[in-house]
Design a protein around this ligand. Structure first.
Ligand code: GRF
Length: 196
Protein backbone atom coordinates (compact mmCIF):
# COMPACT_ATOMS: atom_id res chain seq x y z
CA UNK A 1 0.00 0.00 0.00
CA UNK A 2 1.14 3.47 -0.85
CA UNK A 3 0.78 6.09 1.87
CA UNK A 4 0.56 9.86 1.72
CA UNK A 5 1.16 11.83 4.92
CA UNK A 6 -0.22 15.30 5.55
CA UNK A 7 1.49 17.35 8.27
CA UNK A 8 1.70 20.90 9.60
CA UNK A 9 4.57 20.82 12.09
CA UNK A 10 6.97 18.64 14.03
CA UNK A 11 6.26 15.38 12.22
CA UNK A 12 7.18 12.88 14.93
CA UNK A 13 4.25 10.60 14.02
CA UNK A 14 5.25 10.89 10.38
CA UNK A 15 8.76 9.82 11.37
CA UNK A 16 7.38 6.81 13.26
CA UNK A 17 5.36 5.76 10.19
CA UNK A 18 8.35 6.10 7.86
CA UNK A 19 10.51 4.12 10.32
CA UNK A 20 7.91 1.32 10.49
CA UNK A 21 7.86 1.03 6.68
CA UNK A 22 11.64 0.71 6.68
CA UNK A 23 11.69 -2.09 9.25
CA UNK A 24 8.75 -3.75 7.45
CA UNK A 25 6.63 -3.59 10.60
CA UNK A 26 4.31 -1.88 8.14
CA UNK A 27 3.61 -3.38 4.69
CA UNK A 28 3.55 -0.01 3.00
CA UNK A 29 5.69 2.70 1.49
CA UNK A 30 5.44 6.41 2.10
CA UNK A 31 5.03 7.86 -1.38
CA UNK A 32 4.79 11.51 -0.42
CA UNK A 33 4.67 13.90 2.53
CA UNK A 34 2.77 17.16 2.09
CA UNK A 35 2.76 20.06 4.52
CA UNK A 36 0.47 23.09 4.56
CA UNK A 37 3.46 24.91 6.00
CA UNK A 38 6.59 24.90 3.80
CA UNK A 39 8.77 25.59 6.87
CA UNK A 40 7.46 22.67 8.92
CA UNK A 41 10.14 20.78 10.84
CA UNK A 42 8.58 17.56 9.55
CA UNK A 43 9.43 18.43 5.95
CA UNK A 44 13.14 18.48 6.84
CA UNK A 45 12.78 15.16 8.65
CA UNK A 46 11.02 13.55 5.67
CA UNK A 47 13.67 14.79 3.25
CA UNK A 48 16.36 13.28 5.50
CA UNK A 49 14.55 9.93 5.18
CA UNK A 50 14.60 10.28 1.39
CA UNK A 51 10.84 10.79 1.09
CA UNK A 52 9.38 13.08 -1.61
CA UNK A 53 7.99 16.24 0.01
CA UNK A 54 5.78 19.16 -0.94
CA UNK A 55 5.41 22.30 1.14
CA UNK A 56 2.32 24.21 0.09
CA UNK A 57 1.47 27.71 1.19
CA UNK A 58 -2.29 27.97 1.59
CA UNK A 59 -2.07 31.73 0.99
CA UNK A 60 -0.89 31.01 -2.57
CA UNK A 61 -4.34 29.63 -3.38
CA UNK A 62 -7.54 31.56 -4.07
CA UNK A 63 -9.61 29.19 -1.93
CA UNK A 64 -9.44 26.10 0.27
CA UNK A 65 -10.98 24.18 -2.61
CA UNK A 66 -8.12 25.13 -4.95
CA UNK A 67 -5.56 24.27 -2.27
CA UNK A 68 -7.15 20.86 -1.73
CA UNK A 69 -7.38 20.27 -5.49
CA UNK A 70 -3.61 20.68 -5.60
CA UNK A 71 -3.19 18.29 -2.65
CA UNK A 72 -5.39 15.72 -4.46
CA UNK A 73 -3.36 16.14 -7.65
CA UNK A 74 -0.11 15.46 -5.78
CA UNK A 75 -1.57 12.45 -3.92
CA UNK A 76 -3.02 10.89 -7.07
CA UNK A 77 0.16 11.68 -9.01
CA UNK A 78 2.08 9.63 -6.46
CA UNK A 79 -0.38 6.74 -6.44
CA UNK A 80 -1.48 7.24 -2.83
CA UNK A 81 -4.01 4.65 -1.56
CA UNK A 82 -4.31 5.85 2.03
CA UNK A 83 -3.84 9.37 3.37
CA UNK A 84 -2.57 9.67 6.96
CA UNK A 85 -3.01 12.96 8.77
CA UNK A 86 -0.24 13.44 11.32
CA UNK A 87 -0.46 16.71 13.19
CA UNK A 88 -2.31 18.33 10.28
CA UNK A 89 -3.83 21.47 11.81
CA UNK A 90 -6.50 22.12 9.18
CA UNK A 91 -10.05 20.84 8.90
CA UNK A 92 -10.30 18.56 5.89
CA UNK A 93 -12.69 20.01 3.32
CA UNK A 94 -15.17 18.45 0.91
CA UNK A 95 -12.72 18.24 -2.00
CA UNK A 96 -10.28 15.97 -0.16
CA UNK A 97 -13.05 14.05 1.61
CA UNK A 98 -14.81 13.27 -1.67
CA UNK A 99 -11.70 12.33 -3.63
CA UNK A 100 -10.35 10.11 -0.82
CA UNK A 101 -13.60 8.85 0.64
CA UNK A 102 -12.93 6.33 3.48
CA UNK A 103 -9.23 6.62 2.70
CA UNK A 104 -8.19 9.33 5.16
CA UNK A 105 -7.19 8.54 8.73
CA UNK A 106 -6.01 10.72 11.61
CA UNK A 107 -4.39 10.40 15.02
CA UNK A 108 -5.85 12.34 17.93
CA UNK A 109 -4.30 12.54 21.43
CA UNK A 110 -7.38 11.51 23.42
CA UNK A 111 -9.54 8.47 23.95
CA UNK A 112 -12.24 9.48 21.49
CA UNK A 113 -15.12 10.18 21.62
CA UNK A 114 -13.89 12.11 24.67
CA UNK A 115 -12.16 15.45 24.14
CA UNK A 116 -12.51 16.20 20.45
CA UNK A 117 -10.88 19.28 18.95
CA UNK A 118 -8.01 21.34 20.31
CA UNK A 119 -5.99 20.76 23.53
CA UNK A 120 -7.44 17.34 24.41
CA UNK A 121 -4.67 16.56 26.92
CA UNK A 122 -5.49 19.77 28.87
CA UNK A 123 -9.20 18.93 28.73
CA UNK A 124 -8.49 15.41 30.05
CA UNK A 125 -6.50 16.80 33.02
CA UNK A 126 -9.16 19.38 33.82
CA UNK A 127 -11.95 16.82 33.65
CA UNK A 128 -10.39 14.62 36.33
CA UNK A 129 -10.40 11.39 34.26
CA UNK A 130 -7.83 8.82 35.37
CA UNK A 131 -6.95 7.52 31.93
CA UNK A 132 -6.10 9.42 28.76
CA UNK A 133 -4.68 8.09 25.52
CA UNK A 134 -4.72 8.31 21.76
CA UNK A 135 -6.99 7.23 18.92
CA UNK A 136 -6.55 6.54 15.22
CA UNK A 137 -9.81 7.06 13.35
CA UNK A 138 -11.23 7.56 9.88
CA UNK A 139 -11.73 11.19 8.89
CA UNK A 140 -15.27 12.29 8.07
CA UNK A 141 -16.98 15.67 8.03
CA UNK A 142 -17.48 15.39 11.81
CA UNK A 143 -14.38 16.75 13.57
CA UNK A 144 -12.57 13.84 15.29
CA UNK A 145 -15.81 11.90 14.95
CA UNK A 146 -15.16 9.20 12.33
CA UNK A 147 -15.10 5.44 13.00
CA UNK A 148 -12.36 4.40 15.42
CA UNK A 149 -9.62 2.07 14.12
CA UNK A 150 -7.53 1.60 17.27
CA UNK A 151 -6.64 3.23 20.58
CA UNK A 152 -4.02 3.12 23.31
CA UNK A 153 -4.31 4.10 26.96
CA UNK A 154 -2.12 6.28 29.19
CA UNK A 155 -2.71 6.50 32.94
CA UNK A 156 -2.84 9.99 34.39
CA UNK A 157 -0.48 10.30 37.36
CA UNK A 158 -0.30 12.71 40.26
CA UNK A 159 1.20 16.09 39.40
CA UNK A 160 0.85 15.45 35.67
CA UNK A 161 1.01 18.66 33.65
CA UNK A 162 -0.25 19.17 30.11
CA UNK A 163 3.37 18.74 28.97
CA UNK A 164 4.19 15.55 30.89
CA UNK A 165 0.90 13.92 29.89
CA UNK A 166 1.27 15.01 26.23
CA UNK A 167 4.80 13.56 26.13
CA UNK A 168 3.65 10.17 27.44
CA UNK A 169 0.70 10.11 25.04
CA UNK A 170 2.98 11.02 22.12
CA UNK A 171 5.24 8.07 22.92
CA UNK A 172 2.19 5.79 22.68
CA UNK A 173 1.08 7.50 19.46
CA UNK A 174 4.32 6.48 17.77
CA UNK A 175 3.51 2.81 18.38
CA UNK A 176 -0.22 3.11 17.77
CA UNK A 177 -0.20 4.87 14.39
CA UNK A 178 1.85 2.27 12.46
CA UNK A 179 -0.15 -0.55 14.14
CA UNK A 180 -3.45 1.06 13.14
CA UNK A 181 -2.28 1.57 9.55
CA UNK A 182 -1.28 -2.10 9.39
CA UNK A 183 -4.79 -2.96 10.60
CA UNK A 184 -6.31 -0.89 7.77
CA UNK A 185 -3.99 -2.58 5.26
CA UNK A 186 -5.00 -6.03 6.49
CA UNK A 187 -8.71 -5.28 6.45
CA UNK A 188 -8.45 -3.79 2.95
CA UNK A 189 -6.66 -6.94 1.75
CA UNK A 190 -9.31 -9.15 3.38
CA UNK A 191 -12.13 -7.19 1.75
CA UNK A 192 -10.42 -7.46 -1.65
CA UNK A 193 -10.05 -11.23 -1.13
CA UNK A 194 -13.74 -11.53 -0.31
CA UNK A 195 -14.76 -9.69 -3.44
CA UNK A 196 -12.39 -11.64 -5.73
C1 GRF B 1 0.07 14.64 17.92
O1 GRF B 1 -0.15 14.72 19.29
C2 GRF B 1 -1.18 14.19 17.20
O2 GRF B 1 -1.96 13.30 17.93
C3 GRF B 1 -1.93 15.50 17.02
O3 GRF B 1 -0.95 16.45 16.76
C4 GRF B 1 0.31 16.02 17.31
C5 GRF B 1 1.28 16.00 16.18
O4 GRF B 1 2.58 15.69 16.60
N1 GRF B 1 -2.95 15.37 16.00
P1 GRF B 1 3.70 15.33 15.52
O5 GRF B 1 3.70 16.46 14.49
O6 GRF B 1 3.35 14.03 14.90
O7 GRF B 1 4.99 15.29 16.28
Amino acid sequence: MSLGILISGRGSNMDAIIAATKTHALDATVAVVISDNPNAEGIKKAKKQGVVTFGLNVNDFASKKEYEEDVVKILKGHGVDLLCLAGYMRIVGDTLLTEFENKIINIHPSLLPAFRGLNPQKKALESGVKYAGCTVHYVTNILDGGPIIDQDIVAIIENDTEKTLSDRILEKEHGLYPRAIQKVIQSTATKKGEIA
